[in-house]
Design a protein around this ligand. Structure first.
Ligand SMILES: Cc1ncc(C[n+]2csc(CCOP(=O)(O)OP(=O)(O)O)c2C)c(N)n1
Ligand code: SF4
Length: 285
């Protein structure tokens, strides 16, 4: 298989130079290198520029409701554990409308991969402040500067019991590809929050902004990914320097491992028992 095997007949509609391109190249190459076939992948998308990507990657696709991609994906994975389930959502979708789902999906540790396209604003709706927008930033919805503190997806995931917590950058697609491969292979919920510059509406968090600040945790001497407090400390660094890479990983069992009824063939591959509906209703009466 080659990267083109994951292409569809639709050309991406993203603006030229958009950070979404780097994420898609990294994702396609990760799938190719892991030898995962398109028919074994389910891509669940939120609503936003990022979510439109569900049309540009050849796989099963589900364009979910705004903020609701995660519960959809968790349900799909429980029904068909043979699928590689990948979720993509914007920071507005995932950490705004979908914030409660995010926390509970992290806690639940279902074996799915969550890629957030973190461009630090709502892009499809033309550039309003999102939960990851820096305090003080002027946007269309915050002309006087954003009053609220920003949410930190990495510390939120760590404090919610995340078993794989990582940050990527779409300007470093090779690194991102390797990170996504690890995330997909991880047996549990994997978060990869990806800095994805929106070249049209975000004039602050540009590619240059990140090139000037990012340091690679994977190369940091002495850093190990099994120390949650060290991960927390790195995740709190924000300003002249910002860390990316794998912050934390542990190997606790995923959600399905606690459910003996999920042993054996995937639920969707088992014969359907057709039951007498009247008898069924009597049981609940
Ligand atoms: C329930 C609901 N509320 C609001 C909207 C309008 N809406 C569509 S896209 C979007 C913002 C998407 O921003 P983000 O999730 O950050 O994705 P991006 O476009 O930046 O990739 C909003 C608010 C909607 N479609 N559904
Ligand atoms: S508006 Fe921003 S996020 Fe959306 S396609 Fe254009 S550059 Fe990308």
């Amino acid at each position: 298989m080659i990267e083109k095997d994951f292409n569809t007949s639709y050309k991406p509609s993203w603006c030229p130079g958009c950070g979404n391109f780097g994420i898609f190249i990294a994702l396609k190459n990760a799938l190719v290198e892991l030898n995962i076939k398109p028919e074994n992948v389910l891509l669940v998308a939120g609503v936003g520029c990022s979510g439109n990507g569900v049309n540009f990657l050849k796989a099963y696709g589900w364009h979910s409701l705004h903020g609701r991609a995660l519960p959809t994906a968790v349900g799909a994975k429980l029904a068909n554990k043979d699928l590689t389930v990948i979720v993509m959502a914007g920071d507005g979708d995932g950490y705004g409308e979908g914030m409660a789902h995010f926390i509970h999906a992290v806690r639940g540790n279902t074996n799915i991969t969550y890629i957030t396209h973190d461009n630090q604003l709502y892009a499809l709706t033309t550039g309003q402040a999102a939960p990851t927008t820096d305090k003080g930033t002027q946007t269309k919805s915050t002309p006087g500067g954003l009053i609220e503190e920003k949410a930190n997806p990495i510390t939120l995931a760590l404090s919610s019991g995340g078993s794989f917590v990582a940050r990527g950058f779409s300007g470093d697609a090779t690194h991102l590809k390797e990170l996504l491969k690890k995330a997909i292979l991880h047996q549990g919920f994997s978060l990869v929050d990806v800095f994805q510059p929106c070249v049209t509406f975000n004039k602050v968090n540009t590619f240059k902004y990140f090139f000037d600040r990012l340091y690679n945790l994977d190369k940091k001497e002495g850093y190990t990914t099994n120390d949650v407090l060290a991960a927390y400390k790195e995740a709190m660094v924000w300003g002249d320097k910002i860390a990316y890479g794998l912050f934390y990983e542990d190997k606790r069992p995923s959600y399905d491992k606690y459910l003996p009824q999920l042993n054996g063939p995937a639920l969707v591959k088992r014969p359907m028992k057709v039951r007498n509906i009247e008898q069924l209703l009597k049981e609940f009466a």
